[in-house]
Each structure stands twice: as C-alpha cells, then as structure tokens.
Design a protein around this ligand. Sequence first.
Ligand SMILES: NC(=O)c1ccc[n+]([C@@H]2O[C@H](COP(=O)([O-])OP(=O)(O)OC[C@H]3O[C@@H](n4cnc5c(N)ncnc54)[C@H](OP(=O)(O)O)[C@@H]3O)[C@@H](O)[C@H]2O)c1
Length: 298
Amino acid sequence: MRQEKPTILVFGATGRQGGAVAKALLDRGWPVRALVRDPLSENAVVLRQAGADIVQGTFAEIDTLRAAMRDAYGVFSVLPGYLEEQEEVKTGCMIADLAAETGISHLVYSSGASSGDKPTGVARFDAKPRVEAHIRSLPLNATIVRPMIFMEMLLAPVFGLNEGRYTFLLRPEQSMQLVAVEDIGKFVTAIFCDRPRFSGKTIKLASDTVTGDGLAAIFSEAAGKPIAYSRFGDDVLAANDALGSLAKILDDGPLAEHVDLDAMRNINPDILSFRSWLATSGKKAFQAAIGTGGISEK
Ligand SMILES: NC(=O)c1ccc[n+]([C@@H]2O[C@H](COP(=O)([O-])OP(=O)(O)OC[C@H]3O[C@@H](n4cnc5c(N)ncnc54)[C@H](OP(=O)(O)O)[C@@H]3O)[C@@H](O)[C@H]2O)c1
C-alpha cells in the first residue's frame, strides 16, 4: 500500500522560491500548506487550485504560524528580500524557534550563496548567516540551502539587454554559477524526501556555470542577433553600492567558490543550463527583456 506523505508548511509560496518549492512538492505528491498574506491574490488562487491548503497570515502573527506548524512534518522557510537586516534575523530565528517548539521533523531554510564564514559587511547579505547560526544551535533536524544567483536576476533592465548589449559584473573570462528558481523547488523537494542524507547539511545550490563571454554567446543565440558583452566600469561599481558589493563577492567572496554540478545533478537530475532555461521557462521574460519584436532581427 502507498503511504501518504506528510504535510510541508511553505512560506513565501506566492513568491519565487516558495512558489517553486510548493509546485515541486505538489508534483511529487506532498501535501502543501501555504501561509499567504492575501488568499484572494492571483498566485494564492493558483496555489489553491494546484491543491495547496491555504492559511491566511503574516510573519507578525505568531499564533497563526504556530498553529500552521502544529501537525506539519516539514517547514520551508524563506524570507522576503525587503526586510531590514535586524528584522530578517529576528523573523528567521523566530520561525526556527517555532519549528523546534512544535516538533517539526525537518526544517529547510533558504539562506543565500553570499553567506560565508566571514561577514561581508553588506547588511542584505549578512542577516542570513546569523539565522543559519541560530538554526544550527537548535535541537532540530534542519538543512540550510544557499542558492547561487537566480537566472531570473540576469534579465534585469540594469544590464542593458533592451539596448542590444549586456553589461554585467564578470570579467569576460570570469565564471559564476547560477540557479534556476524552479530548480530550487526540485532541490528542496529532494531534500525533504531524504532527511537522513540532508539533515545537518548546508548546501549551495547551482544549476549552471557561465562566463561573461559565455553569457554574450548564449544571449546572442537566444536573441538571434549579436549581443556584445562588457563589464561595468570601476567608476560605476564604485558609485553603485548594490552592484559594487555583488561584484566584490563574485571576485573573491563566497560567490567565487563554485560547487560541483555533478553533485547537484545527483540531488536534482533535471538541473537546467542557462541556455535551456532561456529557451523554456525563461523565454517569456527574456523576450520582454530584449523588447518585443527584437528576437527576429538579424
Ligand atoms: N540568489 C539570488 O539571486 C536572489 C535573488 C533575489 C532574492 N534572493 C533572496 O531570496 C529571498 C526572497 O525570496 P524570493 O525571491 O522567493 O521572494 P519573493 O519572490 O519576493 O516572494 C516573497 C514572498 O514572501 C511573502 N511575504 C512577504 N512579506 C510577508 C510577510 N510579512 N508575511 C508572510 N509572507 C510574506 C510574499 O507574499 P505576498 O505574495 O503576499 O507578497 C511572497 O510570497 C530573500 O532572502 C532574498 O535575499 C536571492
């Protein structure tokens, strides 16, 4: 007889990572409970139609969170990017404390690949290692995942695709790793499926490795016209805090350390290359990024 799988409580399920996790769990037959702020939002309605149990609430409603965890097996914890460092630490630690208190069997916390052993000095990167340290101090089966840069982020207007060029943070020959958000969902589902293998582990998540020149080749192929690559000038990086700090951790921080993609494939055999992501899930966003009608220009 097939055994029913137990429930996973997913935070952020109307967003990118939580949405991918909820979808991948449901695809593999796991019951999903999703805490959402607005049950009538388009993404919440899609989630319900896909089979998720919807609970209305926010991170400020501790009793709601506790009740949502009470009979769940697992919790996927991801926090919105808009939180200030202190708020992110407080909320991430509070969720882990509740997971320990309610006897959750497996917590998966999505940190970031910019987390390392040493603080970076950048508030938006340094909250996550503090939450990680708290989780490790609790009597709890937990897995910490550190997604590399989302493929989705590479299509942001600031990088110039709509002007037929690509300006980014890498030197032409320098490499970095990317992860497709849908792969995060599949990695996390594989982790929930095998607690003995993954409990206590901290795992960087990556789907592909690209270089600056490689990005130009992939974008040119997808656009059907040449897209030249350049690195942001040092003056731009010095003047723009967000770009400058990211460039620094790509150059010699935690994002410079790559993971073995075969090990990734061993967890999620379906990992997407950036080229295949652009041709499938990322196609619509790519077409929007280069401007409608631009794709057939020679
Ligand atoms: N590696 C990378 O390249 C990269 C890129 C971007 C972000 N990140 C990291 O990813 C994390 C964000 O994940 P994401 O991109 O999946 O987020 P996202 O797409 O922005 O979604 C955020 C989710 O959190 C929910 N939420 C917001 N405020 C809430 C509250 N007060 N109570 C309960 N739920 C709330 C949102 O619900 P609503 O639908 O109600 O808004 C939404 O479901 C951040 O830690 C960020 O640093 C990493």
